[in-house]
Design a protein. Structure first.
Ligand SMILES: *Cc1c(COP(=O)(O)O)cnc(C)c1O
Length: 425
C-alpha cells in the first residue's frame, strides 16, 4: 500500500535501542521472535512482526518495514501511538512525581476523578490499573452493596453475565467466561454468577431474583467479534435492573472512550449505568489505568482498608488519564469515530458475499466474519500484514478492525482497499 511510505509519517529511530544481542550486533525480527519463544510463556500467538517504534497510526518493525495499525492495542491506543498531548503529560509528570501509594494524597488524583465524573455523568471514581482489576472491583462493590443496602443474605449474592462475555483473565473473571479456552485447567471457579444469552432481555428478567446484585455486560462485545445488541437492549437492562433494585454494571473497557462514536457506548441508548468500568484507552497507550466510576451511594459501601491497589491512582497514571479525558472533552474524537465509521462501513458493505460472510460495525470498530473458503482469520491477518496492515483475528474466523481514532480518512480508505484486495483477491 502506497501510504506505508508516506514521508509525513516517517519516524526517526532513537539512538539507543535495546534490540542488540549481548555481543552488540542488532538482532533481526526472526532472532527476536526465536528468543521470545524461548524466554516467554506461550499464552499469546502473535503475528510475526517485531515492532520497534511507532507514531500515530503507524508502527515500524526492527527492519524498518512500516505497517498501519488497525488493532490499536485492542483499543488501548484510541488516540494513536504517542499522541503528543499524552506524551507531554507523561513527561511533565515524570519530572514531578510518579508514585505515592494511597497512604498519602497526591495532587493529580482529584482532577482525574472530577474529569471522569464529568465524562460519565457519574459521581465517584475508584482508580485501579488493569481492566480485569476494574471488573473485580466492580464485582466486589456490587456484592457489598447487595449485602449492606439491598439486604441479600450473606454470601448469597449473584451477578448476571452474558454468554460470549470477555471481562479479563483473573480466576474470578474466567469463572464466568463461556469460552472453554479461557477456563480449561483453571478451576475451581468462583461461584455467584448466572450466565444468560447476550441480547436477550427475557433471559435477564428470568434470571433476576432477590439475590441479584447486578447485571454485568459489555454494551458491545468486543472479543466476541464486535457483537452489537439490538436497539433497546441497553435501555431494557437499565429498566430491568432498576425495577428489581439491582445494579447495572457496564464494562466499557473496550467500547468506551470514543471508539463507537460516543464517549461511552451506552450513550447510544441514553442510558446511565450504576457503575461504569473503564480501562484500555484511559491510559493513553502509555500506562495501565483503569477505573470503576459509579453512583455515590453505591461506591460508598467501600470503607478504608476494604479494597485497594498500590499503583491504583498513581500520579503518573492520573496525569496521563487526565490528558486523555482532556482529549475527549471537546467531542472531536467521538465525532471522528462516528464520521470515519460511516466510511468504514461503506467500504465493508460491498464485501459481503465476496470473501466476507457478514460484518458488524459501530463507530470506528468492526468485526468481519471471513468466509472460511478464503482462509482462516489467522491466514487473512497474515495476508493483511504482508500488505502493510496489522489486524488480528478473534474466535477463529473474525477479523476485528479498530484503528486509532486519529487515523486520517485517506489512511482509512487505503486500509479498506487493502482489506478489499485481501479478501476478494
Ligand atoms: C480488555 C478487556 C478487559 C480486561 O482488561 P485488561 O486490562 O486486559 O485486564 C475487560 N473487559 C473488556 C470488555 C475488555 O475488552
Amino acid at each position: 500500500m502506497t501510504t506505508t511510505t508516506n514521508a509525513q509519517n516517517t519516524v526517526t529511530a532513537p539512538a539507543d535501542r535495546n534490540t542488540t544481542a549481548p555481543g552488540g550486533a542488532p538482532r533481526s525480527s526472526a532472532e527476536l521472535i526465536r528468543a521470545e519463544e524461548t524466554g516467554l510463556a506461550h499464552n499469546y500467538h502473535p503475528l510475526p512482526v517485531v515492532i520497534a517504534r511507532a507514531e500515530g497510526s503507524w508502527v515500524e518493525d526492527v527492519e524498518g518495514r512500516r505497517y498501519l495499525d488497525m488493532l490499536s492495542g485492542y483499543s488501548a491506543l484510541n488516540f494513536g501511538h504517542r499522541h503528543p498531548a499524552l506524551v507531554r503529560a507523561a513527561h511533565e509528570q515524570l519530572d514531578l512525581l510518579t508514585l505515592t501509594s494511597r497512604a498519602f494524597h497526591n495532587d493529580r488524583l482529584a482532577g482525574f476523578a472530577e474529569g471522569l465524573a464529568e465524562l460519565t455523568g457519574l459521581d465517584v471514581t475508584l482508580p485501579m490499573n488493569t481492566g480485569a482489576e476494574a471488573v473485580e472491583s466492580g464485582i466486589k462493590i456490587a456484592r457489598k452493596w447487595a449485602y449492606e443496602v439491598k439486604g441479600v443474605p450473606r454470601d448469597q449474592a449473584t451477578i448476571i453475565v452474558a454468554d460470549g462475555n470477555f471481562h479479563g483473565r483473573t480466576t474470578t473473571v474466567v469463572s464466568f467466561s463461556t469460552d472453554p479456552t479461557a477456563r480449561e485447567g483453571f478451576g475451581p471457579f468462583t461461584p455467584g454468577f448466572r450466565v444468560v444469552p447476550y441480547n436477550d432481555l427475557a433471559a435477564i428478567e428470568a434470571a433476576i431474583d432477590e439475590t441479584t446484585a447486578a447485571v454485568l455486560i459489555e454494551p458491545i462485545q468486543g472479543e466476541a467479534g464486535v457483537v452489537i445488541p439490538d436497539d433497546g437492549y441497553l435501555a431494557g437492562v437499565r429498566q430491568l435492573t432498576r425495577a428489581s433494585n439491582s445494579l447495572f454494571i457496564a464494562d466499557e473497557i473496550q467500547s468506551g472512550l470514543g471508539r463507537t462514536g460516543r464517549t461511552l457506548a451506552v450513550e447510544h441508548e441514553n442510558v446511565t449505568p450504576d457503575l461504569v468500568l473503564l480501562g484500555k484507552a484511559l491510559g493513553g497507550g502509555i500506562v495501565p489505568v483503569s477505573a470503576v466510576v459509579g453512583r455515590r451511594d453505591v461506591m460508598s459501601v467501600l470503607r478504608p482498608g476494604e479494597h485497594g491497589s498500590t499503583f491504583g491512582g498513581n500520579p503518573l497514571a492520573a496525569a496521563v488519564a487526565d490528558a486523555v479525558i482532556g482529549l475527549l472533552r471537546t467531542g472531536e474524537f467521538q465525532e471522528r469515530a462516528a464520521h470515519l465509521g460511516t466510511v468504514l462501513e461503506a467500504g465493508l458493505r460491498p464485501l459481503v458475499g465476496k470473501g466476507v460472510l457478514r460484518y458488524r460495525a459501530r463507530g470506528l470498530w468492526a468485526g468481519i466474519d471471513i468466509d472460511p473458503a478464503i482462509g482462516t482469520g489467522r491466514e487473512i491477518s497474515e495476508r493483511l500484514m504482508a500488505r502493510g496492515l496489522l489486524a488480528k483475528d478473534t474466535h477463529g474466523s473474525t477479523i476485528r478492525l479498530a484503528p486509532p481514532l486519529t487515523i486520517t480518512e485517506e489512511e482509512l480508505t487505503d486500509a479498506i482497499a487493502v482489506v478489499t484486495e485481501t479478501v476478494t483477491g
